[in-house]
Design a protein around this ligand. Structure first.
Ligand SMILES: [Zn+2]
Length: 130
């Protein structure tokens, strides 16, 4: 099965919300989509590229396809995660979703988002802002 892109899912989500489907619907269950079907990685913000899988180097996301650089391309990806997958995220979930190897880098990104959180160290969980 071909992967469903975050962009397609977002379109569907917007449609659902516009049609007054309950708040925070379980989009994946609704469409019988599994987590593995969702395209992960940070998407290139350049409109004629939109490649998934930007690489994080020294604080900047770089697109291996078109060379676009971005400091904040992870923000829409995290928003998508909250919308499509669940309203909370851990360091390891963030690393999987954004394709980051380093715990430290993932931590830095999470802290920079100023998200509400509970727990400490490895047990820390970050939440979708209200
Ligand atoms: Zn690109």
């Amino acid at each position: 099965m071909e992967k469903i892109s975050q962009k397609e899912l977002k379109k569907i989500t917007r449609l659902l919300l516009a049609n007054h489907v309950p708040e925070d619907p379980d989009i994946l269950a609704y469409f019988e989509i599994s987590l593995e079907d969702i395209q992960t990685g940070v998407q290139c913000p350049k409109s004629d590229c939109e490649f998934f899988g930007m690489e994080y180097r020294y604080g900047t996301w770089c697109c291996p396809k078109c060379g676009t650089r971005s400091k904040d391309a992870h923000i829409p990806a995290i928003q998508d995660y909250f919308l499509l997958i669940k309203p909370s995220i851990t360091n390891s979930e963030l690393r999987n979703f954004l394709h980051i190897d380093s715990i430290k880098v993932a931590n830095k990104i999470l802290i920079s988002m100023n998200l509400p959180y509970t727990g400490k160290n490895k047990g820390r969980v970050y939440y979708k802002p209200k």
